[in-house]
Design a protein. Sequence first.
Length: 36
Amino acid sequence: MIDTTVPTTVLAILMAVADTVLAQRKRRKNHRRAHA
């Protein structure tokens, strides 16, 4: 039963991390363009 609960939590965390990483990448690209 634990196998069903753990993946759900992990997926939720991965989704949040992915959104944060994508946001950071977009911001970094914008900053680089601004500096360039």
